[in-house]
Design a protein around this ligand. Structure first.
Ligand SMILES: *Cc1c(COP(=O)(O)O)cnc(C)c1O
Length: 219
């Protein structure tokens, strides 16, 4: 058994326990973040039954995932990294969920491409809960209005919110803020929690966690 498969089982067990501890019956989706890992490293994890994966670069994902479609037609691929508007076409064609909608221009490009391709990836809005300059995501204070504009101006169904808390802070308040913004925006899904804090995120209501290094090893 590959190390990644053993670690996958561990992460799954911890998610189950965190759900029980939080008194939650709702299932939490594990998004296995495979960025920087080659197809050969991903394949055993697919063979072990994992079907939901996250990648942060469109081009990197294009290089490895289409070939895996033949053997595993039912995987679900999430874009979790920043999206440039000139990559919207490729992103709509390849991804099942785009978690990083964070500005008007991207919303407009996605709407156009979805119409053109007749393919409708599910969409999340990324929120920069820590207002960090180097991080993508919309200002928390603009989130509700932005979600509404996505719906009303661009006809996009926004399914959830996503955030990456500042690395050097207690993530709890950031998770709580994202949960509050989701309620205020009327969206159901919360993508929050990574290798270091996914159990905490589950306490705060995460519906999906994005776990990379705890499964695939350090990058
Ligand atoms: C890399 C990445 C992750 C996974 O991080 P780990 O700490 O390796 O679990 C989660 N979310 C985003 C947006 C990432 O870029």
């Amino acid at each position: 058994m590959s190390d990644a498969v053993a670690r996958l089982a561990e992460v799954r067990a911890k998610i189950t326990r965190a759900c029980e501890d939080a008194g939650r019956s709702h299932e939490v989706t594990l998004v296995a973040v495979s960025k920087t890992f080659e197809a050969e490293a991903i394949r055993p994890v697919l063979e072990a039954g994992q079907r939901v994966f996250g990648e942060n670069r469109v081009q990197e994902a294009q290089g490895k995932w289409p070939a895996l479609r033949d053997a595993f037609p039912d995987f679900e691929l999430h874009l979790i990294g920043p999206l440039q508007s000139n990559k919207a076409k490729e992103a709509v064609a390849l991804f099942d969920v785009i978690e990083t909608v964070d500005r008007e221009k991207i919303a407009a490009e996605l709407a156009k491409e979805m119409e053109r391709q007749g393919r409708r990836p599910r969409l999340y809005v990324q929120v920069n809960t820590g207002l960090e300059d180097q991080k993508a995501g919309i200002d928390p204070r603009e989130t509700v209005a932005f979600v509404n504009r996505c719906r009303e101006t661009h006809g996009l169904a926004i399914e959830g919110l996503m955030a990456i808390p500042p690395a050097d802070e207690n993530p709890g308040p950031h998770f709580a803020l994202l949960e509050k913004l989701a309620r205020e925006s009327g969206v159901q899904k919360l993508s929050m929690g990574m290798s270091g804090d996914y159990e905490t995120a589950i306490q705060f209501g995460a519906t999906s966690v994005r776990v990379g290094s705890a499964i695939f090893g350090s990058r």
